[in-house]
Design a binder for this molecule. Structure first.
Ligand SMILES: [Zn+2]
Length: 181
């Protein structure tokens, strides 16, 4: 067996092993314009919302801003997402206050996005943490992303709360992400 053929077999084996995982990661991190993915984790006194979204949903472009108008758009988007208690209005019974917000979008010069950068596409991801006096009592979040931005058409959410695990989808213009039984 030549070295080359050995290498080919080894590559083929690697591909066989890697493909299902890659497919899984792809499904987890699908980049679909119009779609926003949210993972809501309610644990102890905190509600943490992880958001994955194509940058296009917020800005209408997926690269660094080029013109003054694009720069303005990008700055406005970042400001809106940082004021996350306006976009994610948690059930008042939980009595939550916005904590740290981390935004990730290399195209906008903000940290490292989790999704793989694919040719011509870019993400804007975020982590929004809230501190609450009664987090476990929360049964809904009113999500203002449809009202604030033109791009998102569907929000796919997973909620992990003391009441259980839930999957919910919101289609424009619905706002209430509810998981009460
Ligand atoms: Zn894209």
């Amino acid at each position: 067996m030549t070295l080359t053929s050995r290498r080919l077999i080894s590559l083929a084996l690697t591909a066989l092993v890697a493909t299902p995982l890659a497919a899984f990661a792809q499904a987890q991190r699908a980049h679909v314009h119009g779609q926003v993915r949210l993972e809501v984790a309610i644990e102890g006194p905190t509600v943490v919302i992880e958001m994955q979204s194509p940058l296009d949903n917020f800005t209408g472009f997926e690269r660094a801003p080029r013109t003054d108008a694009e720069k303005k758009t990008a700055d406005a988007v970042v400001a809106q997402l940082r004021a996350a208690d306006q976009l994610f209005r948690i059930d008042p019974v939980a009595n939550c206050k916005l904590g740290p917000v981390t935004l990730r979008s290399p195209a906008l010069g903000l940290g490292q996005a989790e999704g793989e950068a694919s040719e011509g596409h870019a993400d804007l991801d975020g982590t929004f943490a809230f501190n609450c006096t009664n987090a476990a009592a929360a049964k809904f979040i009113d999500v203002g992303l449809f009202g604030a931005f033109k791009g998102p058409r569907q929000i796919d959410a997973q909620i992990a709360s003391p009441q259980g695990q839930f999957k919910r989808s919101l289609k424009r213009p619905a706002e209430r992400l509810a998981w009460s039984k």
